[in-house]
Write a protein that binds this ligand. Structure first.
Ligand SMILES: Nc1ncnc2c1ncn2[C@@H]1O[C@H](COP(=O)(O)OP(=O)(O)O)[C@@H](O)[C@H]1O
Ligand SMILES: [Mg+2]
Length: 254
């Protein structure tokens, strides 16, 4: 069964089409990489699936539950509010700029949502948080504040925060692009280890080698459309579309 299905997603901002009929499907345990030039609509697509934006039309189902589908006139109709909230709990999102709460300690950043949204006890939430911090190699940072951490450490905290909600699908929107090159590796290593645990993930990335190694499936977006998709070897070594070839050649130079 597909854990996520998006069909013909369309979205405009002020009359400008940003998503022009995007369709993807992901099986449980798969890693999907989304690549493509800046401005092609990758973040908007992730934001539509994670309910930070609404779609104009199209269908999205997550873990067998329908978040949105078209009415007879082809316009998007969302599930009721309670269902949308419930469906949102299947999903975790890691942002490019970490988005940690600056006035909360690392531990509070991780326990806040489990306590407030999932009604976990403080003890249980903290015990999970400590286990996740250990996994992220940050056991000594529980009481630190985000401003005391490197970008790579902040991003690992934000991955721990997402994992604390035990999501069925984890989304990453360019998780390394705000980091210095020497810190990128530590985040890619964490995502690789999550992939080896068969976590279902969607990763928007400009790290082509990483996408080729870790993804089960690769989607190339340009101008709000998927213009090429397939297994990594198909997309990276045998691209059919000229725009894909031109895009990839920029990463192969130097
Ligand atoms: N909230 C918004 N309002 C108006 N335009 C937006 C908004 N969000 C994104 N866009 C536009 O949509 C296009 C796609 O943006 P985005 O999804 O961020 O692309 P990517 O993540 O691939 O770089 C861009 O032209 C961007 O300016
Ligand atoms: Mg983006």
């Amino acid at each position: 069964m597909q854990i996520l299905t998006a069909e013909n997603i369309k979205k405009s901002f002020d009359g400008t089409k940003v998503l022009n009929g995007i369709s993807i499907g992901i099986e449980k345990g798969e890693v999907l990489a989304i690549i493509g030039p800046s401005g092609s609509g990758k973040s908007t697509f992730l934001r539509c699936i994670t309910q930070l934006e609404t779609v104009d039309s199209g269908e999205i189902s997550i873990c067998g539950e329908t978040l949105v589908k078209n009415d007879a006139s082809g316009k998007a109709v969302y599930a009721d509010r309670a269902s949308c909230v419930k469906i949102g709990l299947h999903i975790g999102l890691v942002f490019q700029n970490f988005n940690l709460f600056p006035h909360f300690s690392v531990l509070q950043n991780i326990t806040e949502a489990p306590i407030r949204v999932l009604n976990k006890s403080k003890e249980e939430a903290e015990s999970t948080a400590h286990a996740l911090l250990k996994k992220m190699d940050l056991s000594d940072k529980a009481d630190a504040y985000p401003c005391q951490l490197s970008g790579g450490q902040q991003q690992r905290v934000s991955i721990a925060r997402a994992l604390a909600m035990n999501p069925d699908i984890l989304f990453f929107d360019e998780p390394t692009s705000a980091l210095d090159p020497e810190l990128t590796g530590e985040i890619l290593k964490v995502i690789r280890s999550l992939a080896s645990e068969h976590r279902t993930m969607v990763v928007v990335t400009h790290e082509m080698k990483f996408a080729r190694d870790v993804a089960d499936y690769v989607v190339f977006m340009d101008n709000g459309t998927i213009i090429e998709q397939g297994r990594p070897d198909q997309v990276f070594e045998n691209a059919q579309n000229e725009r894909t070839k031109a895009f990839l050649s920029r990463f192969n130079e130097g």
